[in-house]
Design a protein around this ligand. Structure first.
Ligand code: NAD
Length: 345
């Protein structure tokens, strides 16, 4: 398994492989870039098929955090952690997260962890018994998901404004893939704004509950791409915009909270050629990390006001992409790199 020659390696400052025999912890922490400040990024727990799959994920996700934090205007770098484990089969979850906390602590504050897919604020609270370098704890900034949902909702509104010239979502059809922590709150915002929802999830029971709460239609997971909708909102896992799914899309807009939505950068170009407006994932889903950045002396009003800036940031990216006739993802990357390099210490 190559690291420095890995296709997703992007001058990451540190890649730390963590193993604790007693708890069974197997984790990788990637600190991508700390030019703007300590690296912030959640800890994902997933039943990866291979170590290489986990490495690819952590390298890509940590780079995304650097770009996300830069474009959100935060004095924070980018990092991420992945724990290689099956969340459903965990003999001693507390021991695992204490061991994880000890590894985070050894990094001495160059990386701050938080919850992500497969982990919860409760897990991070346990890690915090071993290290102060964690964020998003209950009683402080708390669960980031409602803020990620707010930012995603405002990002969808910015895309609708730019592409369809409308301020309201009334009567627009939105297909949401994944009604988990973020997807659920996003559905609430969309429903309150008058959107008609088409939902899918791999958990039929929660899907039925959410659909009934928001008067939504449900479809099978594979059917979500081909729905005749205005907006497709990927809110599950990454790489759902790929060679198989793009030909199926009928939506005019792709805007959702999932990380790493484009399987490859060229899919951003392909969306542009199809006339689909793509809201770059790490810009639209920055609401949670923006809220976390207010962890010390938490002030919800200030955090919310900063999350609301996502609307304007996306409009700027969309307009610049039109002006330069380039994919929105490329424009976002370029803007982020300018911020990161301009403030190099
Ligand atoms: P979550 O695990 O709570 O929700 C994900 C949902 O997607 C689950 O309900 C799951 O059953 C469903 N799902 C998984 N595979 C699916 C498939 N193939 N088809 C349909 N549904 C599927 O996670 P979350 O916290 O809501 O995060 C969702 C996405 O947003 C992730 O990509 C995450 O990295 C990203 N994100 C989350 C936050 C946050 O604040 N939680 C912040 C930024 C980005």
């Amino acid at each position: 398994m190559a690291v420095f020659n890995h296709p997703s390696y992007d001058a990451h400052e540190q890649v730390v492989f963590c193993r604790d025999e007693e708890s069974g912890l197997k984790a990788i922490i990637a600190v991508h870039n700390t030019h703007l400040g300590p690296a912030f990024g959640g800890c994902r727990m997933w039943n990866y098929h291979s170590d290489d799959e986990a490495l690819t994920d952590v390298l890509r996700l940590s780079k995304g955090m650097t770009y996300k934090n830069a474009l959100a205007g935060l004095a924070m770098g980018g990092g991420k952690a992945v724990i290689i484990a099956d969340p459903a089969h965990m003999p001693d979850r507390a021991a695992l997260f204490r061991a994880f906390g000890r590894f985070v602590n050894k990094l001495g504050g160059s990386y701050y962890s938080a919850e992500d897919v497969g982990t919860s604020p409760a897990d991070i609270k346990i890690a915090s018994e071993e290290t102060p370098f964690v964020a998003g704890l209950e009683g402080k900034s708390g669960d980031p998901s409602p803020f990620t949902a707010l930012g995603t909702y405002l990002g969808i509104k910015a895309a609708v404004k730019h592409k369809l010239g409308r301020d309201s979502l009334q009567g627009l059809k939105v297909a949401v893939q994944g009604i988990g922590h973020v997807g659920y709150h996003l559905c609430r915002h969309l429903h309150e704004d008058g959107a008609e929802l088409i939902l899918t999830d791999i958990h039929p029971q929660s899907l039925a509950q959410v659909a009934s709460e928001f008067n939504a239609i449900t479809v099978a997971p594979q059917a979500i791409y081909s729905q005749d909708v205005d907006v497709y909102a990927p809110c599950a896992l990454g790489a759902t915009l790929n060679d198989t799914t793009l030909p199926l899309l009928k939506a005019a807009i792709v805007a959702g909270c999932a990380n790493n939505q484009l399987a490859e950068a060229r899919h951003g170009e392909q969306l542009k050629q199809m006339g689909v407006l793509y809201a770059p994932d790490y810009v639209i889903n920055a609401g949670g990390i923006i809220n976390v950045s207010f962890e010390t002396d938490y002030d919800m009003a200030k955090a919310t006001a900063k999350v609301e800036q996502i609307y304007q940031t996306l409009l700027t990216i969309f307009r610049e992409a039109d002006a330069q006739n380039r994919p929105t993802a490329e424009i976002a990357d370029e803007m982020a790199r300018k911020i990161i390099n301009g403030q190099k210490r």
